[in-house]
Design a protein around this ligand. Sequence first.
Ligand code: OOG
Ligand code: MG
Length: 261
Amino acid sequence: MSTKIYKNIADYLVAAEVEKREVLKVTAELKPDLTVEEAYLVQQELVRTKLEEGRRIVGPKMGLTSKAKMKQMGVEEPIYGYVFDYMLIHNGGKVPFHDLIHPKVEAEIVFLIGEDIEGPGITGAQVLAKTQAVLPALEIIDSRYENFNFTLPDVVADNASTSRVVFGTTLKSPEQFELDLVGATLSINGEIKDLGAGAAVLGHPANAIAMLANMLAKKGEKIRKGDVILSGALTGAVMLNVGDYVSGKFDGLGEVTFTVI
Ligand code: OOG
Ligand code: MG
């Protein structure tokens, strides 16, 4: 198959993001037989398009790394995508609802990578040894598909629903924590909507970063020094509305907030 079809699908998804409208999932009409492998080729085209537009990659991200998220989305396998510079919101900042389609928020633990990590065979312990710092984050996901309805290849093609990220402002050394035991709450307007612990993410969030290194290795790629990587939601994703004040509190890691305007 020529790469033209992958580029066409990437353009379909970028247009949906830019025009802030939901579209039918790729496997519904455009390409019902899209495989996961091909979906990563679509994602590669989507990333290339953004880089050509002058966007910069902040780091890869993992998604669907917890049972709660897999169950919520009906997809059984972790995936990765990329966070770009234009997606960043300051801690305590504002997120205009009308920039987005049907945003949801989730709480995540983030790794700032201190040394390149090249798979295969990477373990969580090896990731921790090469992690410069950990920090908390709230990720805003915004699937370009109607009602967040997608299959595994669809969500891979759609850059893992990535839309906005609010990073916490305090960096901590990973040695200070048992990240699997770090608890987090996700509140909207003072009401706890969901909660979880690091262990929800593949037993330990570092395992998600190890899995990423091993997935990237299959393409001859690696995690790079300086990458800032979301390890995947340790809570479910919660719908956002105009006026919402969102707070994620992480034991020992601090608080991350934003307001939807
Ligand atoms: C896919 C994105 C998943 C996570 O942390 O699990 C993700 C989705 O749920 O739309 O970012
Ligand atoms: Mg996420």
